[in-house]
Design a protein around this ligand. Structure first.
Ligand SMILES: Cc1ncc(COP(=O)(O)O)c(C=O)c1O
Length: 343
């Protein structure tokens, strides 16, 4: 099974951007701090925030391995992508492009109504510029992908070879990175002597959830082994988008299974008032993990998703003895533009 997935993945060109597998570690001090509320659940994290490139890495590097492999196969010399002002995907695209000697343009939009704490210049934006990307920021409500398409046309007319990626790199090609992550997790389960009941992730543009779900489907563990917390859009459209991307990814890999509606579970209860807007449960989650494990969640994605996981544990969603794996997806530079929230 594992070998056939590896064979299917090997048909797609990729470029190694980090050392795999990323570590999995158990959060025993956090479990003790939660006390009876932990209900005997074993909490593990997969450290996708622990990669060599671009300010700690993050989930986007897994997608970028396949996107940039495709870009190189097409002979691209310029990468263009889009996102919110503090996009982690944009920052990691800039870092990877720097490493590969490719030009990079980032079309960012004001998706979050936030100006304090150096929101437009610090955190990811500071790093985008250090990595040499050309950054442009458009007003809220503009469609950055339409702007990026126009820019790509202009550059192509001038003879450049442009590879254009949508928000979050979340296409079936990008999701292949998380199909490979599912393979990693299965191998690590064996080494740890654990079988995870669930894998929990934040859901923004859905590629991480969809890729993992495709991987676990192909491994016969079932897509429903993955659960996500929507932090960007409403849960139902996010669930539909994730399901579509799961189907597209399976198809791309030549797997004829067509997952049903029940394959994708997205919880929208921890987004709070909106994308990028702080919530008390997020603040508690970031503080807890920092103070008890020395680990950093981010305020926009993993902090809200981990808050959801903590609530699920406290509400008895898992049975005593269950092991749950949370994927730490990075985004740490974002903490620096939420400084006042953590005072
Ligand atoms: C730190 C972090 N975690 C999680 C996510 C969510 O991943 P996806 O967009 O694949 O749903 C993102 C997406 O931008 C992110 O930056």
């Amino acid at each position: 099974m594992t070998a056939s997935i590896q064979t299917a993945l090997a048909k797609f060109p990729d470029i190694a951007l980090f050392t795999a597998p990323t570590p999995i570690q158990r959060l025993e001090r956090l479990e003790r701090a939660l006390g009876d509320a932990c209900r005997g659940v074993k909490i593990f994290v997969k450290r996708d925030d622990h990669m060599e490139l671009g300010g700690g890495g993050g989930n986007k590097l897994r997608k970028l391995e396949f996107h940039l492999g495709a870009a190189r196969a097409e002979g691209a010399d310029t990468i263009i992508t889009v996102g919110g002002v503090q996009s982690n995907h944009a920052r990691l695209t800039a870092a990877a492009a720097a490493k590969l000697g490719l030009a990079c343009e980032l079309m960012l939009s004001r998706a979050v109504p936030r100006a304090e704490d150096g929101y437009d210049d610090n955190g990811n934006v500071l790093l985008d510029r250090l990595f040499g990307a050309q950054v442009s920021i458009s007003a809220a409500g503009t469609d950055p992908f339409a702007l990026a398409q126009q820019r790509a046309e202009t550059l192509r007319a001038a003879g450049r070879k442009v590879y254009l990626m949508p928000s979050g790199g979340s296409t079936a090609i990008g999701a292949l990175g998380y199909v490979r992550c599912a393979l990693e997790i299965i191998g690590q389960e064996e080494a740890l002597g654990e079988q995870f009941r669930e894998v929990v992730v934040a859901n923004g543009s859905s590629g991480t959830h969809a890729g993992l779900a495709a991987g676990f489907t192909m491994l016969d563990r079932g897509a429903a082994m993955v659960r996500s917390y929507s932090v960007l859009a409403d849960p139902e459209p996010t669930r539909q988008k994730t399901l579509q991307l799961l189907c597209d990814t399976l198809k791309l890999l030549g797997d004829s299974r067509v997952p049903g509606e029940e394959a994708i579970d997205v919880d929208g209860a921890f987004r709070g008032p909106g994308y990028g807007l702080p919530t008390d449960p997020m603040i508690e989650a970031v503080r807890l993990l920092a103070a008890h494990e020395g680990l950093l969640l981010d305020p926009v994605y993993s902090g809200k998703a981990f808050a959801g996981l903590l609530a699920a544990i406290r509400q008895g969603h898992y049975a005593p003895g269950d092991s749950v794996l949370f994927v730490m997806t990075g985004g740490i530079p974002g903490l620096y533009v939420y400084q006042s929230v953590f005072r």
